[in-house]
Design a protein around this ligand. Structure first.
Ligand code: SF4
Ligand code: SF4
Length: 94
C-alpha cells in the first residue's frame, strides 16, 4: 500500500509535501511529483500537508485519477528524488 500523487499536483508551487516525508519517498517529474510506492509507509503526513489535496491513499484515489496509481509507480522509478522544498515546478507553457 502507498500514497499516490494525482493531477492537482501539476504545476505545484508548493513542494511542502516532500519535507514531511520520513522516508524520502518523493520523486521529481517535470511537472509534478510522484511517490515511490515501495518506500512509502502510509504515515499520512504528506496528504495533510498538500494545499491542493493532490495526495490520496491508493485505496481512496478518485476514480477519475485512478491511472495515477500506476503512473506513480512507473514515474517514481524514472525520476530523481526530491527531499527539500523548491521553487515552483515547471509549467507546461514554458
Ligand atoms: S504539495 Fe506536493 S503533492 Fe501537493 S501539489 Fe504540491 S508538490 Fe504536489
Ligand atoms: S504517506 Fe508518509 S511515507 Fe508515504 S509518501 Fe507520504 S509522507 Fe512519505
Amino acid at each position: 500500500m502507498a500514497f499516490v500523487v494525482t493531477e492537482p499536483c501539476v504545476g505545484c508551487e508548493y513542494t511542502d509535501c516532500v519535507v514531511v516525508c520520513p522516508c524520502d519517498c518523493f520523486r521529481e517529474g517535470e511537472q509534478m511529483l510522484y511517490i515511490a510506492p515501495d518506500a512509502c509507509v502510509d504515515c499520512d503526513a504528506c496528504r495533510v500537508e498538500c494545499p491542493v489535496d493532490a495526495i490520496f491513499h491508493e485505496d481512496n484515489v478518485p476514480e477519475k485519477w485512478i491511472e495515477y496509481v500506476e503512473r506513480n509507480r512507473e514515474m517514481a522509478a524514472a525520476c530523481p528524488p526530491i527531499t527539500e522544498r523548491k521553487e515552483p515546478l515547471a509549467r507546461t507553457e514554458n
